[in-house]
Ligand binder design. Structure first.
Ligand SMILES: *[C@@H]1O[C@H](CO)[C@@H](O)[C@H](O)[C@H]1NC(C)=O
Ligand SMILES: *[C@@H]1O[C@H](CO)[C@@H](O)[C@H](O)[C@H]1NC(C)=O
Ligand SMILES: *[C@@H]1O[C@H](CO)[C@@H](O)[C@H](O)[C@H]1NC(C)=O
Ligand SMILES: *[C@@H]1O[C@H](CO)[C@@H](O)[C@H](O)[C@H]1NC(C)=O
Ligand SMILES: [Zn+2]
Length: 393
């Protein structure tokens, strides 16, 4: 057999192989994946065994979650909380029908922007940063496969944020999800498949939260204690389920509409206008006694590019830009006590990550064997060797 390198200039071919060898990306570790600078390469799928072997224990990607048959942990949890979930609050239809009571008995955000539950057992949602002139900074719908440029930008600014992760995205891009914690960001849940939660049954709503949280725990190693409802669609029935799972409901009051472009009523210009008017009211002192939360997305290149573009202006009009949990002094944002957030005071004095309790157990749970990361390189090295031997032959 003719070795393929013999067909063209041998030196050129070897050079090509060497370059390939140097550039072969390591797609088996969070660090390797974070080093990829080509967004198209980052967005090609990669196998990640620790997740692949577990997918049988999770709902299908982007499928409405339901408790899987035989999942005793999920079943037990649901059985232990289901009796506390009101059955008097009906499953909703969207958009809110005109006959929905103007008294808003269910504190249905989609109908009235209600954020203070009518049920006394449920704490109010967080829709603003309590600290003056402070932006509670965060992004929905990640992890997006092409997020390295954005995360690199945040790193260059020493800026941390809150990321509301979709379980199905975490399962598809686990190494991207891990980077968020490594970089010192806060992670909240944003459901398994992104449904409008008030329109589904209580058991499905439970499963949407449960499997999202379990996937974050599996992949990133932490159990979130906060969530954001997709589309903001929440009422007291859904709040009660989240509350029973230990999840604080994080809303917003201002919206860039960056993920709602429809080429018609909402265009790229609308998003820029929204950013600009938010920046305007901030500069007029609107947030001088209570800060703000603005809805923005990690979703795609456009939403992340807008975030990068407007960051300098936001920095000018807010004294502080911090993850939402930091603005709440939520120094233990996860069930696992070893992963901390700095307090607000610590953050604004420059300690933007909590070095006292670093995520030292990160990845240990699911790390692939150390030698696996060399596999792609070893394959190329073997190819090189084979070519060389074939030439000598
Ligand atoms: C509102 O109208 C729909 C259909 O028109 C009906 O099914 C529903 O029961 C009504 N809801 C209330 C609260 O009256
Ligand atoms: C992530 O961003 C890329 C680049 O903008 C986009 O093509 C892709 O659809 C996004 N992924 C998801 C799941 O939205
Ligand atoms: C958006 O995409 C362009 C072209 O691929 C890339 O150079 C840029 O870094 C991306 N921006 C962000 C914020 O992801
Ligand atoms: C956070 O802690 C600081 C310092 O103790 C305090 O001034 C501030 O009110 C706290 N903020 C919240 C939201 O608890
Ligand atoms: Zn969303």
């Amino acid at each position: 057999m003719q070795p393929f390198c013999a067909r063209i200039s041998y030196a050129l071919c070897m050079l090509g192989l060497l370059v390939l060898n140097v550039q072969a990306s390591d797609r088996t570790t969070e660090q390797g994946e974070a080093a990829i600078s080509n967004p198209y390469e980052e967005c090609t799928s990669y196998g990640y065994e620790p997740v692949a072997t577990q997918m049988k224990n999770y709902p299908g990607l982007w499928q409405l979650a339901a408790i899987l048959p035989g999942d005793s942990a999920a079943t037990d949890k649901w059985n232990s909380i289901s009796s506390t979930i009101s059955t008097n609050i009906p499953v909703k239809m969207l958009p809110p029908p005109s006959n929905y009571s103007s008294e808003d008995p269910d504190c249905w955000w989609t109908a009235t922007q209600c954020t203070t539950a009518k049920l006394s057992s449920i704490p109010p949602d967080i829709s603003a940063s309590p600290e003056p002139s402070t932006l509670g900074y965060g992004f929905d719908d990640g992890p997006n496969c092409s997020h390295n440029a954005f995360y690199d930008f945040l790193q260059s600014q020493n800026q941390k944020a809150t990321f509301y992760f979709i379980g199905s995205n975490v399962a598809s891009f686990p190494l991207e999800a891990q980077r968020a914690l490594t970089d010192g960001h806060e992670i909240c849940a944003h459901t398994w498949s992104h449904p409008a939660m008030t329109t589904i049954s209580s058991e499905n709503a439970f499963a949407e939260l449960w499997y999202c949280v379990q996937m974050i725990k599996l992949v990133i190693g932490v159990t979130p204690t906060c969530w954001r409802p997709p589309f903001g669609d929440v009422d007291d029935r859904i709040r009660a389920i989240a509350n029973a799972l230990g999840l604080q409901t994080i809303m917003w009051k201002y919206d860039t509409a960056d993920a709602s472009i429809n080429g018609n009523t909402i265009t790229e210009q609308t998003v820029e206008d929204n950013y600009n008017s938010f920046i305007d009211i901030a500069s007029q002192g609107t947030f001088s006694s209570v800060g703000a939360i603005l809805l923005t997305h990690e979703r795609d290149n456009f939403t992340m590019s807008e975030a990068v573009k407007f960051y300098p202006q936001l920095k000018k009009v807010f004294q502080h830009i911090v993850p939402v949990g930091v603005s709440l002094n939520k120094t233990q944002p996860y069930i696992e006590a070893e992963y901390g957030l700095p307090s607000f005071e610590q953050y604004i004095s420059g300690a933007v990550t909590n070095r006292l309790r670093p995520p030292k157990h990160l990845h240990q749970l699911i790390q692939t064997p150390a030698n696996n990361r060399w596999l792609p390189r070893m394959r190329l090295k073997a190819l090189l060797l084979w070519t060389l031997v074939a030439q000598l032959h």
